[in-house]
Structure formats: C-alpha cells, structure tokens
Design a protein around this ligand. Structure first.
Ligand code: PGA
Length: 257
C-alpha cells in the first residue's frame, strides 16, 4: 500500500536536548489526535543528526507509524573512512530509513550518481529504506532539461534495483532552487514532475510497483503550502527541512497529509 509520508530532515541543526523536546512534543500531539498512533498508511519520519539517532529511535518506538532516518550513510559497511557512518551502524541505532543523494551531499560533498548507487545498495542490504533524493538546479530548469536530469539521476542510482528492492525505496523530488529558498515549486510543477517519475517507474517496473512507491516533494514546503502540494494525486507527502524544526509547524504539515 502506498504510504503518505512526512519526513523531517533536520540537517546540521538541533542539539540532543532540542531534538528531544521536539520529538516528544510531536509524538504527544500525534497520540492525542490519533488514539492508537498514526493510521496504517501514514508515516512520520524524523531525520536527526547521527548524534541523536539512537535516542530518537527509542523515543518514537512506542508510537505507531513514527520512524527514524539517518541523513546519510557511507557506501562501505565498515573500514578506514574517518568521520563516516555505515548503514550497519544506522540500523543498529534503531533507524529504518536513510536519506541518500540529498542535493547538499551532491553539491557540497561532490557525491555522484555512481557513488549514490553504491550507497543505495548498502542501505538495502542492511534493511534500511532509502529516501532517494533527485531534482534539478535552477539553471537546468531554465535550460528546460529538468526532466532529463531527474531521469538520469534515477537511472544511474536507483533503476538497477530488482523489483523486490525498488519496492522498499521512497523517492523525494527536491528541486534545488526550492531548497531553503522560501520559493517552493508550484503544485502544478510538483505534480508534473511526480507524474513523470511515476511514469518512469511504470515503464521500468510495471503498474503495480509504480503505484505503490511514495514520491515526496521537498523544497520550502511548510505549514502554509503543504496542503495544496500534497493535494496532488502523485505527491505522497514531503521531505521537510527548515519547517521540520518547530513542533507546531511540523505538526501542521503532518496534518496536511
Ligand atoms: P527546506 O529543505 O524545506 O528547508 O527547503 C528541504 C530539504 O532540503 O530536504
């Protein structure tokens, strides 16, 4: 069953104290609104920094439908990679998801499609669901090559997966020009790209699988615009940066699903 998902990507923000307050407040609110945790097809995911991963996993463990993601993982399972964290460690810390290919990793840390494909493989091997990010820059949209860019990102990093593995992935369309800029994609732009992605999935994996995979929108999504963005048939929720750092705002987005 296709899931409706709101995931909060904290990036390099929040101490553990701040994170604890936020997570406790959100899960208390969820429990008040939905007596038995979230409905079956809903997911709320916190993606905190690594230092808070294990505690965050413990905090959400009793709330149905609430999960934890890491923001990144290395492609190797272990070894001499000073400063890196492996999928094995993330799983052991209690997380179930991992964000792979965020535009900040692609641009600031020079991660390319081939490297991201390796990360996807390692994540899946260790029973983590990849939240795979794709999206074009402003220049690429202006040049009208945004569909090609997204298609190449998916072809080179995700579409090597066999049917049973692609099913465990979540895709996040995040136009780079919308991330942290306050300039979100219009609902029409989001739906257009999401439908394009779902069509690529259909051509490669067939109707049943393509209609089962959640495609999230990310980029300046907030409590104001979430409802109209999520109202589109191929937008199954959001990957939220700045607006995930405040409990009330994040909750407003969750209630827009
Ligand atoms: P933003 O970030 O919501 O702050 O634009 C989204 C993201 O980078 O995932």
């Amino acid at each position: 069953m296709r899931k409706k998902i709101v995931a909060g990507n904290w990036k390099m923000n929040m101490t553990s104290d701040e994170g604890r307050r936020l997570v406790k407040s959100v899960i208390m609110d969820i429990k008040e609104r939905f007596s038995n945790g979230l409905p079956e097809d809903y997911r709320v995911i916190f993606a905190p920094p690594f230092t808070f991963l294990e505690e965050c996993s413990k905090l959400v463990s009793n709330t149905k439908g609430v999960y934890v993601a890491a923001q990144n993982c290395h492609s190797a399972e272990k070894g001499a990679f000073t400063g890196e964290i492996s999928a094995v460690m993330i799983k052991a810390a209690g997380a179930d998801y991992v964000i792979i290919g965020h535009s900040e990793r692609r641009t600031i840390f020079a991660e390319n499609n081939a490297f991201l494909a390796q990360k996807v493989n390692t994540a899946i091997k260790n029973n983590l669901h990849p939240i795979f990010c794709c999206g074009e820059s402003l220049k690429e949209r202006e040049e009208n090559i945004h569909f090609n860019v997204v298609e190449t990102q998916l072809q080179e990093s995700l579409f090597h997966l066999p049917d049973h593995q692609i099913k465990s992935c979540v895709i996040a369309y995040e136009p780079v020009w919308a991330i942290g800029t306050g300039l979100n994609a219009s609902p029409e732009q989001a739906q257009e790209m999401h439908a394009f992605i779902r069509n690529l999935l259909m051509k490669k994996y067939g109707k049943a699988i393509s209609s089962d995979i959640s495609i999230l929108y990310g980029g300046s999504c907030n409590g104001e615009n979430a409802r109209v963005l999520f109202g589109n048939s191929d937008v199954d929720g959001g990957l939220i940066g700045g607006a995930s750092l405040k409990a009330v705002e994040f909750m407003r987005i969750i209630m827009s699903l």
